[in-house]
Design a protein around this ligand. Structure first.
Ligand SMILES: [Cu+2]
Length: 267
């Protein structure tokens, strides 16, 4: 409280108080402090064995069975939005102020995977964004104890023009199918764990990749509105307690995408 309230002033009604939005930012624009929050949150999550921890969250996407993620179906974008939203909340329970950053692979066209994810150590400590263990029940093969990557050449990543063209598409179903196909390409380009759906989400880079996908959907919604066919709105996004309708407005979910030109704003 910065100012004392006069005794006669009416206190503001709580439900009308504006909800503070948490800003997701580009990986390359994180301040040192924001990057540290992110690493601390991943380290904390990776250190928890029960269903609040990283292994459990990663396992929802693929192995252990059932494989819940929605790919190549009409719920691809809403399902992954719910997934990221709830995982991000789990991180914020551990480290308040942590938000998922996006990996803008179009801007990384010349560099490939952002340095925040490729350094083994930061400040003498293990970098939790570099890799992650894969729990026993999550492995496709016994030897698959940790995540790996085998990226292609940076020049093979999508260009900004490809995304600009995609954003002109008016039809949601077409847009979603094309965005998913670009998304598939990044998984394959990254290689290793990310290249295989049953284990992809164990790689910490998965979340930054999907954050970019979610952001591109948001940019599309800014232009074209919700756009999702009516018949989909009440579809459930199992195993999450959410429907497609719940995912349409990101400000209702308490987050926003920071403009890519600045990294300002509170957590
Ligand atoms: Cu994916």
């Amino acid at each position: 409280m910065a100012r004392a309230m006069s005794p006669t002033a009416t206190p503001p009604a709580a439900p009308l108080a504006p909800k503070a939005l948490r800003h997701r930012r580009s990986v390359r624009r994180l301040t040192a402090g924001q990057a540290e929050l992110l690493r601390n949150a991943f380290t904390a999550s990776q250190g928890i064995d029960d269903d609040r921890g990283y292994q459990s969250w990663a396992g929802i996407h693929g192995l252990p069975l059932p494989i819940s993620c929605k790919h190549h179906v009409e719920l691809f974008l809403p399902w992954h939005r719910a997934y990221l939203y709830l995982f991000e909340k789990s991180l914020q329970d551990l480290v308040p102020g942590a938000t998922l950053p996006w990996w803008d692979w179009t801007a990384e066209h010349a560099e490939g995977i952002p340095a925040a994810y490729t350094r083994r150590k930061v400040d003498g400590r293990k970098n939790p964004l570099f890799d992650s263990p894969i729990q026993k029940s999550g492995r496709e093969r016994a030897s698959q104890t940790r995540t790996t990557r085998a990226p292609g050449r940076p020049g093979e990543l999508p260009t900004p023009t490809m995304i600009a063209t995609l954003l002109e598409e008016r039809d949601f179903a077409t847009f979603q199918t094309e965005l998913e196909s670009i998304h598939d390409g990044i998984h394959v380009w990254t290689g290793g764990t990310m290249g295989q759906i049953p284990v992809a989400a164990y790689d910490p880079l998965f979340w930054a990749h999907h954050c970019m996908i979610d952001r591109v959907w948001y940019l599309w919604q800014l232009r074209h509105g919700p756009g999702v066919p009516h018949g989909l709105l009440d579809r459930a996004l199992a195993p999450f307690p959410m429907t497609v309708r719940d995912t349409l407005e990101i400000s209702h979910l308490g987050y926003d995408y920071a403009a890519s030109t600045a990294a300002v704003g509170g957590p």
